[in-house]
Design a protein around this ligand. Structure first.
Ligand code: ADP
Length: 319
């Protein structure tokens, strides 16, 4: 994504991001043109796809010509035990997931320099890129995308996994324009319903108020529901609700629930009503994922049968 996720009390994510990036490029040598796994399979490296907080992504082709995305993490950057544990946790959680709207984990291997996480390729970029190209999406399109995203989150939550970093930049398109949730770097397992998590993490614009509520508040599944509200607002109005230049201002606005809908917008009352329900400060009062799907907005207008790649650059004529 654009902004790097923050973990425990980082106040200047942008500066940190820059530093991290410099470190990353120093550590992460481009993988060799052929990577051999221990079991003898060979993968041929293709073009660079993108980079995030601590990984770089390349296309990789197997011997049969099938293309994957390989998330590569330099071993030099995971010397520290905590970072190693985090990467292993990401792999363990992601590996156990299988759903049509979650980036499929394929394999994991290493060579001298890197750890490789082989994933289903999503060649049509992310929802963030789509929004950048299009500025805003139509309500039918957002309905279509929301159903897929919520379906995937329901699957995660049924398996007691909270993603904790849901944002437009972590939701990718497959070749058929289906959405796929990716990046399990901040995901965690909630061991029992009343067990909360206390690490401050997420990406500034998407952080739920209870995550900012101090050390003793704790958070759980509802942070992913909050992120759904932020994404819906961003897709329909072109920017996330609590947007500001200064991260501290974003946090203050989130805590005070200070946001509005742009005056000039023609987005329906039903959509505004749903966003208002979801962006509820008290996590216990937030709707469940099923309640969101039952909201009248989903019935309040057309629902596209499919979305085509043309939508990446221009508004579909019928919506
Ligand atoms: P990090 O955990 O370091 O943030 P990400 O998982 O966000 O890494 O991946 C970094 C970048 O790599 C993404 O922003 C995207 O451009 C690209 N990428 C990640 N996964 C895929 C994929 N499955 N298919 C295509 N590109 C991908």
């Amino acid at each position: 994504g654009l902004k790097t996720p923050v973990k425990s009390g980082v106040t200047k994510p942008d500066t940190k991001h820059k530093k991290k990036k410099e470190k990353l490029s120093a550590l992460c040598k481009t993988p060799p043109s052929v990577v051999k796994t221990r079991s003898g399979r060979g993968y041929r490296r293709g073009s660079f796809l993108g980079e995030g907080g601590f990984a770089r992504c390349f296309q990789m082709k197997d011997e049969s010509g099938k293309i994957f995305a390989a998330k590569t993490v330099a071993k030099a950057s995971i010397k520290n035990e905590k970072t190693k544990t985090k990467l292993l946790s990401e792999i363990k959680i992601h590996k156990s997931m299988s759903h049509p709207n979650i980036v499929q984990f394929v394999d994991c291997f290493e060579d001298e320099v890197n750890v490789y996480i082989l994933l289903e390729i999503c060649p049509n970029q992310s929802l963030m890129d789509l929004l950048k190209n299009r500025k805003l999406l139509s309500e039918p399109e957002v309905r279509y995308f929301m159903v897929q995203i919520i379906g995937a989150i329901k699957y995660l939550h049924r398996r007691r996994v909270v993603h904790r970093d849901l944002k437009l930049g972590n939701i990718f398109f497959d070749p058929e324009m289906n959405l796929k949730i990716g990046d399990f770097g901040l995901a965690t397992i909630i061991s029992s319903p009343d067990k909360k998590r206390y690490t401050i993490c997420g990406t500034p614009n998407y952080i739920a108020p209870e995550v900012l509520g101090g050390k003793n508040v704790g958070h759980s599944f509802e942070v992913d529901v909050w992120a759904v509200g932020i994404m819906m607002h961003a897709l329909l109005f072109g920017k996330p609700p609590f947007q500001a230049k200064d991260v501290q201002v974003i946090y203050e606005r989130i805590k005070k629930n200070e946001y509005g809908f742009p005056e000039e917008s023609t987005v329906s009352e039903e959509a505004r009503d749903l966003i208002t329900d979801i962006l509820c400060t008290d996590p216990a009062e937030r709707p469940t994922l099923d309640e969101i799907l039952e909201h009248e907005w989903f019935q309040a207008g057309p629902f596209p049968r499919t979305i085509t790649v043309d939508s990446l650059t221009k508004k579909p004529r019928q919506f």
